[in-house]
Design a protein around this ligand. Structure first.
Ligand code: LLP
Length: 430
């Protein structure tokens, strides 16, 4: 995906200077081939390899039409957690039957909107949602398929903020007491709800395949208890997302195909041992599909050497387009994209343009000495960057471009100043 032409970095054969000249900076760049390659792996190493499986793309990682288009073509469906994500997915042409509604606090408006749009797949998080969904489905005269999200009691994820599987969580039905069994019984009795199975999500940015294997083991154990206690046999088991990626060049990363092989082997062993039928198995990767396909291009502004302390290299974006270092101490690989053939002799803190010290892209990067006007490329920013971007300091949300075979195309335009004031209501007296 990345190549070099003398001093300049090319992404899928497109020079960063050309991208800067065409679209400006900061700029999100997505490699179409890398996105397609990863979707292809999910397709070949999971969907096509194992019968009775399904995969949802977790929209929250990057919900834009250009990505949904690729996701649809690869045979995945999508998960959404808000009316906004439903709207954007439907607007992008995702058929209602391929949209699955998740979330821990679905409102009446959320459920109503979904039902009106013909969406019939829901993952229920709590008791309130069982009665809300049943009542509204009756009102709209719809039969809906539901999974119950339960707590797997397996903890994983790269940061406390993205761990969800332990007992102390807002997500799902508790499993350390009988709450999940009550939920199964209540759902079985609820009108207009077809109980299809159970769901869980351990956490995000998981690098250790053992965690997925342990998840399958505990979930099959719950399937067994559910059958014994309620008589219900689970048809569908969704083990969530969380497949980790490499952010730094030296990072180890999860081998998706191998992990799924181990997961499927474990599943077969565990259900056979308990004489349960093999359930349909679902996954919902977000980050793994899009993170490494993306990069962010910035222009260097101030380079400030604070004597005896360090050198700060300021770029024209920052926490508004990448909040992850500030939120999760996330680390990124920074490349001096206009000085590719120079020696890396500058150890610098790469910082953004916002008015706070927490506005950091990288605490410590080794790059060639850069000067104002150089370009920096930050790798692996395709997931949870655009989707978590903000207008703090009234910074404009950057554009997104797709690159492939030496060509580029705009898929999301940069915000304008007009966008910044579009929602303001001016001139009304109270
Ligand atoms: N399924 C469920 C139920 C989830 O809660 C999530 C992520 C996923 C799937 C997708 O997880 P992935 O495969 O992308 O790891 N903003 C954070 C990540 C939050 C993830 C929340 N849930 C970050 O930037 O690291």
């Amino acid at each position: 995906m990345y190549t070099t032409n003398q001093s300049e970095c090319l992404i899928e054969g497109v020079s960063v200077r050309e991208l800067q000249a065409t679209y400006g900076t900061p700029l999100y760049i997505m490699s179409e081939p890398e996105l397609e390659r990863r979707l292809g792996i999910v397709q070949n190493a999971f969907l096509d390899k194992y019968p009775n499986t399904y995969a949802l793309y977790a929209s929250k990682a990057l919900s834009i039409a250009a990505v949904y288009e690729k996701v649809m073509a690869a045979g995945l469906s999508v998960d959404v957690v808000s009316r906004g994500e439903m709207y954007v997915a439907l607007h992008a042409g995702v058929p209602a039957e391929r949209i699955h509604v998740h979330g821990s606090n679905k409102t009446i408006l959320d459920i109503t909107y979904a039902l009106e749009q013909g969406i019939t797949h829901f993952t229920i998080d709590n008791m309130r949602e069982i009665s809300l969904l049943s009542g509204l489905a009756a009102e709209y005269n719809r039969e809906v398929d539901v999974l119950l999200r339960i707590v797997p009691q397996v903890v994983g994820g790269a940061h406390a903020a993205i761990q969800t599987g332990g007992v102390d969580t807002k997500f799902g039905f508790p499993t350390h007491d009988d709450t999940y069994l009550d939920a199964i019984r209540t759902t079985l009795e609820a009108e207009h709800l077809q109980l299809k199975g159970i769901h869980c999500h351990v956490g995000s940015q998981i690098q250790d395949p053992t965690l997925f294997i342990n998840t399958v083991k505990t979930m099959v154990r719950f399937m067994d208890t559910i059958r014994q206690e309620t008589g219900y046999t689970t048809d569908v088991l969704n083990i969530g997302g969380g497949f980790g990626v490499a952010y730094l060049d030296e990072d180890e990363y999860l081998d998706f195909a191998q992990t799924m092989e181990q997961v499927m082997e474990t599943l077969v062993e565990e259900v056979e041992a308990r004489e349960l039928p093999l359930p349909k198995i679902g996954i919902e990767p977000g980050r793994w599909l899009v993170a490494n396909a993306g990069a962010t291009l910035y222009e260097v502004g101030t380079v400030k050497e604070v004597s005896g302390v360090r050198t700060f290299v300021s770029v024209d974006g920052g926490m508004t387009d990448n909040i992850r270092p500030a939120l999760y101490d996330a680390e990124y690989e920074v490349v001096a994209a206009t000085r590719m053939n120079e020696e890396k002799t500058l150890e610098a803190k790469i910082v953004g343009a916002c008015c706070e010290s927490g506005d950091i892209i990288s605490n410590r990067s080794l790059i060639p000495p850069v000067t104002p006007g150089d370009l920096l490329l930050v790798k692996a920013t395709g997931a949870y960057n655009f989707s978590m971007a903000s207008n703090y300091n009234q910074m404009l949300r950057p554009a997104v471009v797709f690159v492939k075979d030496g060509a580029h195309r705009l898929v999301v335009r940069r915000q304008t100043f007009e966008d910044l004031v579009a929602c303001e209501v001016i001139g009304q007296s109270t």
